[in-house]
Design a protein around this ligand. Sequence first.
Ligand code: ATP
Length: 238
Amino acid sequence: MASLLQVEGLTSGYGPVSVLKDVSLTVERGSITAVLGANGAGKTTLLRTVSGLLRPTGGQILFDGADLRSVRMEQVVRKGIAHVPEGRGVVAELTVDENLRLGGLWRRDRPDAAKALTEVYELFEPLARRRRSVGHQLSGGERQMLALGRALVARPRLLLLDEPSLGLAPRVTAQILGLLARLREQTGLTVLLVEQNVRSALSVADHGVVLSVGRVAMSAPAARLRDDDDLRHAYLGF
Ligand code: ATP
């Protein structure tokens, strides 16, 4: 069976500036793949291109074997790709419940939105308790849970998650990444995770891809990137 996501020779960027250059990677079904690399390496640009926010100037993006390049963003969502952007994109004026329902809106094709909402509340107990609180009353960790919950309401097959640990205490980060690992185990969710916090990311990932100035510098099983001192020093700088 083909990989869920195959990126081949991808070139993408902003206007005339190519940020990603000839990037190839595969994400296996039911795996967590961490995209690592320094600030400005192109990690966010990669997620934006896969989710259809940016149009690639070259290469291919295959999702479940089908080319995504000519597909519009809302269709990308319908195909089962959910993107949780850096900064989380929670609507501060809306309640937790309303924010979560927005996640379901994108997938009107799914008849089981109410069930998905209940499941998200079961998964994130703090959100269930704060159902009627508005976004700006939430803590950073709760907001990250809400962003993740909103993506999960759409029951994605592939979750693109950008810097979930940003601004969070290590304990909260561990909680959120632990939850990802659980979802992967229980539901077979596939995740492409961008993370500055390399140790945390490698603790839950199956595979790691290191980007450097828009190119893939290294791609290896997460355990190898974690345990091989030479690789770690060379590519991850610690
Ligand atoms: P960070 O962790 O700092 O977000 P990153 O690896 O995610 O880093 P990107 O955000 O993908 O990197 O940025 C890669 C390059 O693209 C950077 O040089 C950045 O300045 C540039 N860039 C990002 N967003 C834009 C934009 N909207 N317009 C023009 N250039 C941009």
